[in-house]
Design a protein around this ligand. Sequence first.
Ligand code: LIP
Length: 271
Amino acid sequence: MTATEVDAADLLALAEQVAREAGRLVVADRPRDLQVAATKTTATDIVTEMDRRSEQLVVDRISAARPDDGFLGEEGAARAGTSGVTWVVDPIDGTVNYLYGIPAYAVSIAASVDGQVVAGAVVNPVHGETWTALRGEGAWLDGQRLRISAPPPLHLALVATGFGYDARRRARQADVLGQVLPRVRDVRRFGAASLDLCAVACGRVDAYYEQGLKPWDLAAGGLVATEAGATVTGLRGRVAGEDLVVAAGPPLVTELVGLLEELDADSDPLA
Ligand code: LIP
């Protein structure tokens, strides 16, 4: 089955509907005394009961509508599927923000066909904002078409970035940031990659870069940024991925990639 045989617009409508519902759940059912349910790669890499409930809701709703599809979810949803469609799900992107009650977290759902993301929805349920994108068709914020404007040069650019859960990686990221900071306008750390990528798409920042992102952090937000006109890439001609993700409009993206290559920002202390 290829992308053309699967109606991507139908996949987008399902992604948006389910992301909104999961967003309502994580806001309405957030326990007052929300606790850490478990830790993952490190003591600071946390999961709450609501991450799990949100992912279960997403899997249940999409499976009911499309029983043959596969899943790749942050909290463990993993199913191959037979339809050629795989849903890439981050049930709460920005879990630490969610734990602390910082209103910068999102439900991120992308549909990929033959390994290519064709539709994506990112919902910030606190602000009630929904970013959507359809490959080759465009990106929208609450239904308004997004097209990035010409970005400033690097020294005037507002750049978002993020840090991993492993102290060795954070130390490396701090070194890189120490070199980047004097070369840009300023830096923002929002705490959720999907919202960082959507911020590039709607001009709230000029650029974003981060090392260590997983497919569910990147899938939907990456399509939103790309369809809004940004370039989403890795370094040294590689695709955007765990090594490094850089997103910005041309020609700023070239300047930033050049600087990050110079700084070996994709070298991984955990490798
Ligand atoms: C988060 C990412 C963020 C990164 C955090 C974390 P999570 O994902 O969205 O960009 O800086 O370390 O990985 O764990 O909240 O889904």
